[in-house]
Design a protein around this ligand. Structure first.
Ligand code: ADP
Ligand code: MG
Length: 258
């Protein structure tokens, strides 16, 4: 994939009429949405509406689920990531993913952050620099710098989640995808992850799945509302949360979904 920066008018990620089908069901139905540089989009919607499927479609993680078929295009810097010959491993490096529960490995803090860099065989100096930078960007450096060789599993849940963010950042992605990253965290740990995300959007595209409207209000500049596999509406956060155009959006925001 090209490492060139796109012209400022071109989105970093363009989702074009994406439909995802399982054997007998349509999980996502004709979704089109663009993501531009330096933005933080919250993808919200009730449980089961397709948020996880959507975010996994953006970096071809969806390939790892047997039986799902993707139609339409997801273009990263203009290139369709579903085109023949595109290596999904490279796609996932450019668009890193952070999950609901921290996926920390039972190795040191340093090696957790370095994990992706070792896979691309970066040299030791590059790894040292990139790990330090990634831990700083993830807002974790001050808390771990004296204990980099300590076990990652001794960190708190919130620290572990920021370590997962650092691991994704270490390979310098253009896009960071997060699937309800704070749903297992307490309010203080949630707040630290949220302030990290707000800083990150100054450099990269952040796409945050959350079922928490309050979180969308606090951190996002744009909200996309999904319902039954459809993109109901997308717009600036204040507009969508305060003056939604669609009844379904209003019902969700005012808490009428279970
Ligand atoms: N591999 C699959 N095969 C069939 N149905 C699936 C599969 N994965 C998810 N689903 C269904 O698709 C819908 C959307 O799921 P999901 O994307 O996980 O929603 P959300 O993250 O918004 O809760 C749900 O009804 C779920 O049961
Ligand atoms: Mg989900």
């Amino acid at each position: 994939m090209s490492a060139l920066a796109p012209p400022s008018s071109e989105p970093v990620v363009a989702v074009d009429r994406v439909t995802v089908r399982a054997r007998s069901r349509t999980l996502l139905d004709g979704i089109s949405i663009d993501f531009s540089a330096r933005s933080l989009t919250a993808v919200v919607g009730p449980s089961g509406c397709g948020k996880t499927t959507f975010i996994r479609t953006l970096n071809r993680m969806v390939d790892l689920t047997p039986g799902l078929r993707v139609e339409g295009e997801v273009r990263y810097l203009g290139q369709n990531i579903y085109a023949r010959g595109v290596n999904p491993v490279v796609v996932r490096r450019r668009m890193g993913m952070v999950f609901q529960r921290p996926t920390v490995f039972p190795i040191s803090i340093f090696e957790n952050a370095a994990f992706g860099l070792r896979l691309v065989r970066a040299n030791e100096d590059e790894i040292d620099t990139a790990v330090t930078e990634a831990l700083e960007r993830a807002g974790l450096w001050e808390e771990v710098k004296a204990n980099l060789d300590g076990p990652a599993l001794s960190l708190s849940g919130g620290q572990q989640q920021r370590l997962c963010i650092a691991r994704a950042l270490a390979v310098r992605p253009r896009v960071l995808l997060l699937d309800e990253p704070t749903s297992a965290l307490d309010p203080a740990a949630t707040q630290r992850v949220e302030s990290t995300l707000q800083r990150l959007k100054d450099d990269i595209v952040v796409i945050l799945v959350t079922h928490n409207v309050g979180q969308a209000a606090r951190v996002s500049d744009r909200v996309a509302f999904l319902h039954s596999g459809r993109l109901v509406e997308v717009g600036p956060t204040a507009e969508i949360l305060e003056r939604p155009r669609e009844k379904l959006t209003e019902q969700f925001i005012t808490g009428r979904f279970g």
